[in-house]
Design a protein around this ligand. Structure first.
Ligand code: SF4
Length: 332
């Protein structure tokens, strides 16, 4: 069974982000008919929430047709994962809402135009992103941030949280840059050390900007690297119950992706946290080795974070809310 279907229709994008697969030149593309077939499959497998990813999904001319079809099939949440550039146009936001898109998650690389545009390699991108967030949030719609953390972005991580939360984003997912697709060399220098990322997340949480218990979720940091006091930022890929559909008929569970980890050390066998650990990424081990990953021998009594993407849109700042996702897209 599944909760989410993530549809990545193609890999084209109007940004040129450092290290992103979208600049590899892969032109494979899912037709509208194939996308609709994936929607039907997803519903048959139990999915009721749709995640529109890519590439940049707003570049697809059939985006609104797909969103409308999804809502007609019974998908109650339709999430748009976007760099925000096209959402800077008010008419485009209106069309998203009319088509039934309920929420967005905006891709963030830096806290300033200089850093964001350097990593997206797209002049003017930061300004469009800001305007896109403003257009979306002024309608009272749900909006999160996806921070792709590069090593060179670590010094301004706390500012990214502060700046974009002030702008209207409710919570953040932190992805650690991976050099998986491009091997070693210069890009491997941009992989942040987990200990440094966790330290930065701790600093951001210490600002107490939000009462949300799922304010920051860290996707690529195994539980053994996260101090007990920061357990709320833990992420377990399998908990999303998410099926990814890519061009070429590829379908797989999120937890099977090498980006999520999947590799375990010999010493992991005795770790009490293993049942909710996504494992390690091979590219990370090549850069930093395995010294950070020490098995937990005490019983696993850490609380399991309750995430909005697991329980539903109504999961709000007070840590409560309904068990099932709302379908209005309005803020809880
Ligand atoms: S299973 Fe291994 S990587 Fe995962 S938390 Fe335990 S020691 Fe860390």
């Amino acid at each position: 069974m599944a909760k989410w279907l993530e549809l990545s229709g193609d890999f084209s994008c109007n940004n040129r982000c450092l290290g992103c697969y979208s600049i590899s030149g892969d032109a494979s593309r899912m037709s509208t008919g194939e996308a609709l077939e994936h929607l039907r499959h997803g519903r048959a497998e139990g999915a009721r929430w749709l995640w529109l990813g890519g590439g940049e999904p707003t570049l697809r001319r059939d985006l609104f047709a797909i969103a409308r079809a999804a809502r007609a099939m019974g998908y109650t949440r339709v999430k748009l994962q976007t760099n925000g550039m096209l959402l800077s146009y008010p008419d485009y936001v209106s069309r998203c809402v009319d088509a039934g898109i309920t929420e967005t998650t905006f891709s963030i690389k830096g806290a300033t135009a200089a850093s964001h545009d350097r990593l997206t390699q797209t002049p003017g991108c930061f300004e469009h992103l800001q305007r896109g967030i403003d257009e979306w949030c002024r309608r009272g719609l749900t909006a999160d941030g996806d921070i792709l953390l590069y090593r060179s972005g670590l010094p301004e991580f706390v500012d990214m949280i502060r700046v974009f939360h002030a702008r209207g984003l409710e919570r953040f997912n932190v992805w650690l840059f991976s050099a998986t697709e491009f091997g070693e060399g210069t890009l491997a220098d941009e992989v942040p050390k987990i200990a440094d990322a966790i330290h930065a997340i701790g600093e951001a949480l210490a600002l107490n900007l939000s009462a949300r218990t799922d304010f920051i979720t860290s996707l690529h940091t195994p539980p053994c690297t996260v101090p007990r006091g920061l357990s709320a930022c833990l992420f377990h890929a399998a908990a999303l119950e998410l099926i990814v559909a890519n061009p070429g008929g590829y379908r797989f569970r999120l937890e099977e992706s090498p980006i999520e980890g999947g590799h375990y050390l010999e010493s992991c066998i005795k770790c009490t946290l293993r049942r909710r650990c996504n494992g390690l990424r091979q590219d990370y081990l090549k850069v930093y080795g395995d010294a950070e990953f020490q098995p937990e021998t005490e019983p696993d009594d850490r609380p399991i974070p309750v995430l909005r993407d697991v329980v539903g849109l109504d999961y709000g700042a007070d840590g409560g809310g309904s068990e099932e996702g709302g379908d209005s897209g309005s803020r809880a």
